[in-house]
Design a binder for this molecule. Structure first.
Ligand SMILES: [Zn+2]
Length: 94
C-alpha cells in the first residue's frame, strides 16, 4: 500500500527546482509559537509549516477546537449555538 506524502516531504514553493518533488532537501526547522512543526527547503531557503495549505494555517485557535466546531456544524448545529466556536473567539459579556 502506497503512503501519502505529508507536509515536509516536498517544497511548496513554485519557484523552487524541487517544487512538489518528493525526496527534496527538506529539513525540520523548529516550531512555531503554537507548536506547529516548521520546515526549511535547502534548495530555495523557504520555510513553511506543516499546516500550510490547510484550514489550520496561521490560525490561533487550536486544531481540536476547529475540528469540534466543524463536527457540530456537520451535525446540523447552528454557528450561534456551537459554544466551542464562541468560547475563545470573543470575550464573554458582563
Ligand atoms: Zn524549495
Amino acid at each position: 500500500m502506497a503512503e501519502l506524502a505529508q507536509a515536509g516531504d516536498f517544497c511548496p514553493n513554485p519557484a523552487c527546482s524541487d517544487y512538489e518533488r518528493l525526496g527534496g532537501k527538506i529539513i525540520r526547522h523548529g516550531r512555531t509559537r503554537a507548536g506547529v512543526q516548521r520546515f526549511k527547503c535547502l534548495s530555495c531557503g523557504r520555510t513553511f509549516t506543516a499546516t500550510l495549505g490547510t484550514i489550520f494555517y496561521r490560525r490561533l485557535t487550536a486544531e481540536a477546537e476547529i475540528l469540534e466546531c466543524l463536527a457540530l456544524l456537520a451535525e446540523g448545529s447552528r454557528i450561534s449555538s456551537a459554544s466551542c466556536c464562541t468560547a475563545s473567539a470573543a470575550p464573554s459579556a458582563p
